[in-house]
Design a protein around this ligand. Structure first.
Ligand code: BGC
Length: 255
């Protein structure tokens, strides 16, 4: 077990990539606080699985778009497990819409969850890391779309592009207390966020055609990268993005 004695918070931990990360961190021995927004049953099921296998997990409801909620989330992790070592900013929403039809509400919602939420959760974690003497890792689940443009998805791309610069900037500020911040850029992963694409055979085939490794990723593929980035094996890695995308980012056509 690589994370024995570590304490982790995962936002959006009840579904998709987040659920995979929660299970994997707990299997590696971390005590995990699993945040959910609306899927209480899914969150409870994961926590029950973990505790019945002898692991440590608690469920906390928090809306990451609300600063007071993320501060309470971090505080509840610390009050249950005594400290904080790892924050995984995973919660995200995506509402693909052609530019001319994007509403103010859609802009505000996606930016608030995908970018503001990560910012203020990182700030709350940072304060805790300093209070306990330094050290810690913040891992943001970004997207290939922090760099790769996507037609009809401008707000999501803007949020993820913002997350890229947030990580690159904060890595400079956080280094003085040995806190690392890193993005993971998933490609197409089988989760509810892109169910519409994956359930449409033509769209799925088109997507697969642009992935050199020719498969859709799994939450486990992302969770493996999170574990590595959270351990001391990655102690010299900060301010960068690790793309876990089967090669989607560097797709250059076929022969
Ligand atoms: C999006 C998915 C999309 C994938 C690859 C992810 O960030 O959430 O909907 O399939 O990028 O384009």
């Amino acid at each position: 077990m690589q994370l024995e004695g570590k304490v982790a918070v995962v936002t959006g931990g009840s579904l998709g990539i987040g659920a995979g990360i929660v299970r994997r961190l707990a299997a590696e021995g971390a005590a995990v606080t699993l945040d959910y927004f609306s899927h209480r049953d899914a969150a409870d099921t994961i926590a029950a699985e973990i505790t019945s296998a002898g692991g440590k997990a608690q469920v906390v409801q928090a809306d990451v778009s609300q600063v007071a909620d993320v501060q309470r989330l971090i505080a509840q992790a610390v009050s249950a497990y005594g400290r904080l070592d790892i924050l995984v900013n995973n919660a995200g929403v995506e509402q693909p819409t052609p530019f001319e039809f994007v509403t103010e509400q859609q802009w505000d919602h996606q930016i608030a969850v995908d970018l503001k939420g990560a910012f203020f959760a990182a700030q709350a974690a940072w304060r805790q890391f300093i209070a306990q003497g330094g050290g810690g890792a913040i891992i943001n689940i970004s997207s290939v779309h922090e760099e790769l443009p996507m037609v009809g998805n401008s707000v999501y791309c803007a949020a993820k592009g913002g997350l890229r610069m947030l990580t690159r900037t904060l890595a400079n500020e956080l280094a003085k207390h040995n806190v690392r911040i890193v993005n993971i850029g998933p490609g197409a992963i089988a989760t509810p966020i892109n169910a519409a694409t994956l359930n449409d055979p033509a769209r799925k085939a088109a997507l697969l055609g642009e992935i050199p490794l020719a498969r859709i990723g799994t939450p486990g593929d992302i969770a493996n990268a999170v574990v590595w980035l959270a351990t001391d094996q990655a102690s010299y890695v900060t301010g960068t993005t690790l793309f876990v995308d089967g090669g989607l980012m560097i797709y250059a056509g076929s022969l």
